[in-house]
Ligand binder design. Structure first.
Ligand SMILES: NC(=O)c1ccc[n+]([C@@H]2O[C@H](COP(=O)([O-])OP(=O)(O)OC[C@H]3O[C@@H](n4cnc5c(N)ncnc54)[C@H](OP(=O)(O)O)[C@@H]3O)[C@@H](O)[C@H]2O)c1
Length: 312
């Protein structure tokens, strides 16, 4: 496994992390089982993946419980543990309470990275209040680093202006060959300012793995309404998926591994692909340790850049 520095002067983490939303339960499909998710995380750590991402909202805390069980299997020191406070819990008192809940479910004394999952849109909690509460947790030794998720550059600017002791380590955002919106402003801002980027859904929730087509679409509640899996979009994605397959063959890798590797080739970006079982985690580990050629990157860039997907 390769290791990279997350954010400027930040901790060393594996070049590919592991997303554990899947451990939240059956929302990701009938085939999700706690034992498999726990083993997936153990296998990932065995192969050198140390960055593991979860959130209090995933399965209403269940993902954190499964991750906590896996931590007991693999050892606390072998995991860079990232979780998130829900955008509904951003009042100062709620941030403290949410953190205590996550620590309890995860069975740890300190979180390595505590991220604001999303900005409070409806109740307009002042960002200052949330950031001060996070800084208090850092001062108390309950969290080592402060992170955010789904923040635009101007949100990052404001959030950082409220921190006096520390800076934001990372911004977790959607990034893949089918979602490149961050390339316009957010990614350049993070690269310039030394804020790490954790790429969520690096396989486009599985659409880039090549296993889904018009007659085989995911039926779980998370993806059945996702426009990416509309039959017309699955058809439009065929040239890109074929290129992922051909590129993978040249390196002895799968399309999923090429899709994850493509995100990893952007400076400062660490993908966190999700896994339901050990075999998927094993594939994620194999998305690191090798490189796409310039020609391959340009081909994938061009095919993804010319996609016209129906997102409505
Ligand atoms: N911050 C946020 O707002 C936010 C939002 C979304 C996700 N996340 C985080 O990012 C992580 C990853 O994102 P994601 O789970 O949405 O999308 P993803 O990683 O792009 O896709 C995950 C899905 O792909 C399939 N898969 C995994 N490995 C595979 C392989 N080797 N071959 C074929 N299919 C494979 C699995 O589903 P099937 O086998 O059923 O196809 C899995 O559930 C999450 O676990 C979570 O930690 C964060």
């Amino acid at each position: 496994m390769d290791y990279v520095t997350l954010g400027r002067g930040g901790p060393r983490v594996s070049a590919v992390g592991l997303g554990m939303w899947q451990a939240g339960g059956k929302n990701w499909g009938k085939d999700v089982r706690d034992a498999d998710c726990r083993k997936a995380m153990a296998r990932a750590v065995e192969l050198g993946i140390n960055l593991v991402d979860t959130a209090e909202v995933y399965g209403d805390g269940h993902s954190e419980e499964v991750v906590g069980a896996a931590i007991r299997d693999v050892g606390r020191d072998n995991v860079f543990l990232a979780t998130k406070v829900s955008g509904d819990h951003l009042r100062a008192d709620d941030v403290g309470k949410a953190c205590r809940g996550s620590l309890r479910r995860l069975g740890v004394r300190e979180l390595d990275l505590y991220q604001v999952h999303w900005l409070a849109l409806w109740d307009q909690v002042p960002l200052r209040e949330t950031m001060k509460a996070l800084e208090r947790l850092e001062r108390e030794g309950k969290i080592r680093h402060i992170g955010v998720s789904n923040f635009a550059a101007h949100d990052l600017e404001e959030a950082r202006s409220h921190l006096s002791r520390t800076d934001i380590l990372s911004n977790q955002v959607q990034y893949s060959l089918v979602h490149r919106e961050i390339e316009a402003v957010t990614l350049p801002y993070c690269q310039r300012e030394g804020i790490g980027v954790l790429a969520w859904s690096p396989m486009g929730r599985g659409v880039l793995t090549g296993k889904y087509h018009a007659s085989r679409r995911p039926k779980d509640s998370i993806r059945s309404d996702d426009s990416l899996f509309k039959p017309g979009n699955l058809r439009a994605l065929r040239p890109l998926v074929s290129a992922l397959r051909r590129t993978g063959e040249a390196h002895g890798r799968t399309p999923a591994q090429v899709a994850v590797a493509w995100t990893r080739h952007r400076a400062g970006v660490v993908p966190i692909p999700g896994a339901k079982r050990p075999a998927q985690a094993e594939e994620h580990a194999g998305a690191a340790g090798w490189s796409l050629t310039g020609v391959e990157k340009r081909l994938l860039d061009r095919l993804s850049g010319s996609l016209r997907l129906d997102t409505f």
